[in-house]
Design a protein around this ligand. Structure first.
Ligand code: AMP
Ligand code: MG
Length: 322
């Protein structure tokens, strides 16, 4: 349902978000597809609605710097950036505070989190009313362009989400700049409305080569953290049984040590995926086996992540497989 973004619809949207439903709202960049960032199933339903074939970490939107600091650990540099550019189109990646109530699907299993305080006052009021961080990628079907008008959202996702808050066209149409503040060197992961020059001018003492630029889909230097989480143990896919020394993650009829979804529900499986991978990685077992997951719907994104997890393993050392 598309409706004017007013006080009444804002209250209704906040209730929907608290109930784990999806709500689209206009930021200064593009229309976002929001869900409760602390609710695994709600976040999984973002992927389901968009038909996204892979799990990228999502940006969590909060109403204030204080709310951001309760979720992420801000270095002096990150704090300076936030104070200068928030509310506004800058997303900072900072270490996630532990313990955290943020769904692992939001960070795609990483121990860092992308945070942003959006500019429009109404959106911040919505975030305050919802009283929880809201994960929100752009509100378009995967592979389509980002929506700058509520009618674009309606065309792509109208029948899949609880509400579209219409406040006219977005100002910028360009997605937020993303800067990684979680390591020594500041790294721009995505160019956007806040420019590299504006960022550099904040830190006159820092030579500009301490601000690097990368394409976030590929690590820029060997050994640098990629934007994807992978378990440290070897992963065996399409496993229909559990071998000695394996922790098995099941699905449907394949029970395993933990079952992603005994009823073979792909949204439930996506919601549990990263938490279970972490548990498997932390277990006593030497290796991880994963039951077959269908490729339909959200299964595509789940299988994409699992295939990467299996491929990203270093070749086991001699003796490891004995
Ligand atoms: P979107 O939500 O579609 O605007 O995309 C969010 C972008 O933020 C993705 O390209 C992610 O790769 C990036 N991102 C979000 N969280 C992190 C993180 N913890 N570390 C690195 N990149 C991130
Ligand atoms: Mg997008």
């Amino acid at each position: 349902m598309r409706c004017d973004f007013n006080h009444q619809s804002l209250l209704q949207a906040a209730r929907y978000l608290q109930d784990g439903k999806l709500v689209s709202f206009p930021t200064e960049t593009v229309y976002g597809l929001g869900a409760d960032a602390t609710n695994d199933r709600a976040v999984a339903s973002i992927y389901n609605a968009k038909g996204r074939p892979s799990f990228n970490p999502l940006i969590a939107h909060v109403p204030t710097l204080e709310a951001a600091q309760s979720i992420g650990a801000f270095s002096d540099t990150a704090l300076q950036l936030a104070k200068q550019f928030w509310p506004g189109p800058l997303t900072v990646v900072v270490p996630l505070r532990a313990p955290s109530s943020i769904s692992r699907l939001v960070t795609a299993g990483l121990d860092t989190i992308a945070l942003r305080v959006p500019a429009p006052e109404k959106v911040r009021a919505l975030l305050s009313e919802a009283d929880r961080p809201i994960a929100a990628p752009s509100a378009n079907l995967s592979g389509r362009i980002s929506p700058t008008m509520a009618t674009h959202v309606e065309a792509d996702l109208g029948n899949k989400i609880a509400m579209i808050l219409d406040d006219g066209p977005c100002q910028s149409g360009v997605e937020s700049t993303i800067i990684d503040c979680s390591t020594e060197t500041l790294c721009i992961l995505r160019h956007g409305p806040v420019t590299q020059e504006e960022i550099a001018s904040l830190f006159p003492g820092i030579s500009s080569n301490r601000i690097s630029v990368t394409n976030d889909t590929a690590p820029s230097a060997p050994g640098q953290l990629t934007s994807h989480y992978a378990p440290t143990k070897a992963v065996r896919l399409e496993a229909t049984d559990k071998k000695a020394d394996e922790f098995m993650i099941g699905f449907g009829a394949y029970q395993g040590d933990l079952n992603l979804s005994p009823t073979a529900d792909l949204i439930e499986a996506a919601a549990n995926l990263f938490a279970y991978l972490h548990q498997a990685d932390e277990s006593e077992a030497k290796m991880i086996a994963i039951a077959p997951i269908p490729y339909s719907g959200l299964g595509a994104a789940i299988n994409d992540r699992l295939a990467r997890a299996a491929a990203e393993q270093p070749t086991p050392k001699a003796g490891d497989l004995s």
